[in-house]
Design a binder for this molecule. Structure first.
Ligand SMILES: Cc1ncc(COP(=O)(O)O)c(C=O)c1O
Length: 395
């Protein structure tokens, strides 16, 4: 008998939600690697295509392994429904294409992921959708940016890479009073540390590539929210086709089983590393919401279960000094991905945020001396020693 999962704790949902056993009664989730599904009759084919009969049709828009992933993430986020996509970027594109039209306006935070800024700044205007970027931390700036045609608030909290926190309830109250939708990119926290839908947000997007996978294996994304919105996202997905593969969905299902323990352990490591970095003389500033020195520490404590596993820090000496730290690391991986059990290190100004203009970088606070670490599961002492090698060479 299928259980109603609503009453279980997140740890249980992460392991169990969404699984529907086949007639073979497999214990692990089955991977349905098939592009299409066979019908019993012409009438059934017609009914499935028209939507009169529920069931699988074609893996661009229906696949049981993908459905299991969607159900698990929807339950974890506390959303009515979830639509999986090929990547985090296609989740954001699908959300905008489904809910915005030519002439609509978006208010977004300046600290968004680089490719998201690129999409909002250069791709969407070609389709008549304009975006105003405002400071993540200043609700008055969001209010001032609202126009009659504003359709959507889009934010990412904590932001990448400076870990700025948006006051979700304040922005939700503002948006609701003006009939504006709010979408949060919840990639950094995952539902284990932060559940934006519980705070009144309309839609959550994910780069599943990050913590949901957790081991840097596959690319995927998702949009979670109320059916009234996700059905529009589904229509876009069915027509435009940026779908998640069954193989990637299966990997993500396996990843999500350990999501709660990874988030707890990696956050604890990040806090320890951030506290150590604060004591290093070559480090001019550490950005981590779990530090009492973070300007929004109180807000982070209210909104998130912990500071998360991403931190940034700046070193005196700009790009040469930052690159010296990177080039002397032997353990951390020099790669832009994050959310992995293996710690990753990146220089945002020349990688993730290299395609936006220097002015956009300045507005987002991405300086040349800034480094971002996505803390993994290694022993913190080994990470400290890895950084100390390069830091000690900074004069
Ligand atoms: C916060 C955030 N959102 C979205 C994305 C895009 O996700 P993907 O690479 O899966 O398209 C990323 C990727 O790094 C990200 O860090």
């Amino acid at each position: 008998m299928k259980d109603n999962f609503a009453h279980y704790a997140l740890e249980t949902l992460a392991v169990r939600a969404g699984q529907e056993r086949s007639q073979f009664n497999e214990h692990s989730e089955a991977m349905y690697l098939t592009s299409s599904f066979v019908f019993d009759s012409a009438a059934q084919a017609a009914a499935r295509f028209s939507g009169e009969e529920a069931g699988n049709v074609y893996s661009r828009f229906t696949n049981p392994t993908v459905s299991a992933f969607q159900e698990r993430l929807a339950v974890l986020e506390g959303g009515e429904a979830c639509i999986a996509t090929a990547s985090g970027m296609s989740a954001i594109l699908a959300l905008v294409m489904a809910l915005c039209s030519n002439g609509d306006h978006i208010v977004a935070s300046t600290g968004l992921f680089g490719a998201t800024q690129q999409m909002f700044g250069t791709l969407l205007p070609r389709f008549g959708i304009r975006t105003t970027s405002v400071a993540q931390t200043d609700p008055a700036a969001w209010q001032a940016a609202i126009r009659p045609e504003t359709k959507l608030f889009f934010l990412e909290t904590p932001s990448n890479p400076l870990t700025e926190i948006a006051d979700i309830p304040a922005l939700v109250a503002l948006a609701q009073s003006r009939g504006i939708l709010v979408a949060v990119d919840n990639c950094f926290c995952t539902p284990i540390l932060q559940r934006p839908l519980d705070l009144g947000v309309d839609l959550v997007v994910h780069s599943a590539t990050k913590y949901l996978d957790g081991q840097g294996r596959v690319i995927g994304g998702a949009v979670v929210g109320r059916k009234i919105h996700t059905e529009e996202v589904f229509k876009f997905l069915r027509t435009a086709g940026p779908c998640l593969s069954a193989f990637n969905a299966w990997i993500l299902l396996k990843g999500m089983e350990t999501l709660p323990i990874r988030m707890a352990a990696q956050s604890a490591n990040a806090l320890q590393l951030a506290q150590w970095l604060e004591k290093q003389p070559q480090v001019t500033r550490v950005y981590y919401p779990g530090l009492t020195s973070h300007p929004q520490y109180e807000l982070a404590c209210r909104q998130q279960k912990s500071g998360g596993a991403i931190l940034s820090f700046s070193v005196a000496g700009g790009r040469p000094a930052a690159w010296q730290v990177v080039d002397h690391c032997r353990l951390m991986s020099i790669t832009a991905n994050l959310g992995d059990t293996k710690t990753t290190l990146t220089h945002p100004a020349t990688t993730t945020h290299g395609r936006i203009t220097a002015e956009q970088r300045r507005a987002a606070g991405i300086t040349e001396g800034l480094l971002r670490i996505a803390v993994g599961l290694e022993a913190v002492v080994d990470l400290q020693n890895d950084l100390a090698r390069g830091l000690s060479l900074i004069g």
